[in-house]
Design a protein around this ligand. Sequence first.
Ligand SMILES: Nc1ncnc2c1ncn2[C@@H]1O[C@H](COP(=O)(O)OP(=O)(O)OP(=O)(O)O)[C@@H](O)[C@H]1O
Ligand SMILES: [Mg+2]
Length: 331
Amino acid sequence: MAQSIGAYNNVSVEPKEGVEINVRGLKKYFKEIKAVDGVDLQVKKGELFGLLGPNGAGKSTMIRMLTTVLTPDAGTAIIAGLDLRKQRVEIRKLLGVCPQEIVIVETLTAEENVTFVAQMHGIPTPLAKQAASRLLSQLNIAGRKDRAKNFSGGMKRRLNLAMALIHNPKIIFLDEPTAGLDPQARRLVWDFIRDLKNTGSTIILTTHDMVEADVLSDHIAIIDQGKIIAQGKPQELKEKFGTGNILEIQFLHQPDLDVVKEKLQTLPFITKVSDVGEQRVLVSFSGGLKNFVATLQQGIVEHINEVENISFRQNTLEDVFLHLTGRRLRE
Ligand SMILES: Nc1ncnc2c1ncn2[C@@H]1O[C@H](COP(=O)(O)OP(=O)(O)OP(=O)(O)O)[C@@H](O)[C@H]1O
Ligand SMILES: [Mg+2]
């Protein structure tokens, strides 16, 4: 009997309403290296899915399998209703892929590079030129009319991005789209990606930059040593695995900690009060900013005297990664 869609060996995955990419048991080993070691994930239609992990975690290997460049050792996926194992050509047509390694023709200009890719997609030249000009100006490289070999690394990366998107793909894979960009170019690309999200495309983005993952993603999967170790909305992850949001209170004089504790611990959401010296006290909170605001409304300042300054530090995804692995994202 013929196997149904999404079934491969003993693994099967069903098409699911609202889910653009449904991955089950995906594996890729390179000899003893378990690059991707049994990954399940679901990417909803129209969402930006961030795959966050340190160097060597398996992000690019995941992308290569989902974009049909590499054949998985085990597992499978359904992408836009198509079977990754059996409908590679059809899947390929729906994708826009910006690989981690820059692939451009150095002897062509930026516009020529983009229109060259457009031709391969069968887009008529006048339309291709229009779209290329729009993309290049959004990415702030329209001013460069010379050959791409003269471009800086950051410009080449932005050109690579334009080339991946010229055909308005329905599903977009961006492998470390801001690697090597200066802070200004990084922000420009973030804005560009946000605009891209508004067009309704589904985007899978890899990064080892926790701020990038946090600000852009609707949903994040944290990958480490080929395995997904946590996933959820950025705020959910920070609330679940973070060390707690922290309020730092700077006093005018060294306070009596017992008195401060006694007063603060009557307030909701406060989990810990600790003295860190130099007239400073750290107050740990459960939950997010909302709880902090609720506590402020209860009049935290009125409960203690002689405060010089109060600052608030929210959990970061770095805290989440540290909590889960005992390591920092960048070591
Ligand atoms: N073609 C290959 N042959 C052998 N080993 C490979 C190959 N491709 C990847 N690997 C190994 O698989 C592991 C995962 O690599 P991968 O490139 O997927 O990581 P990554 O998360 O993308 O890392 P980075 O942030 O550095 O890009 C690494 O140990 C890597 O050395
Ligand atoms: Mg990579």
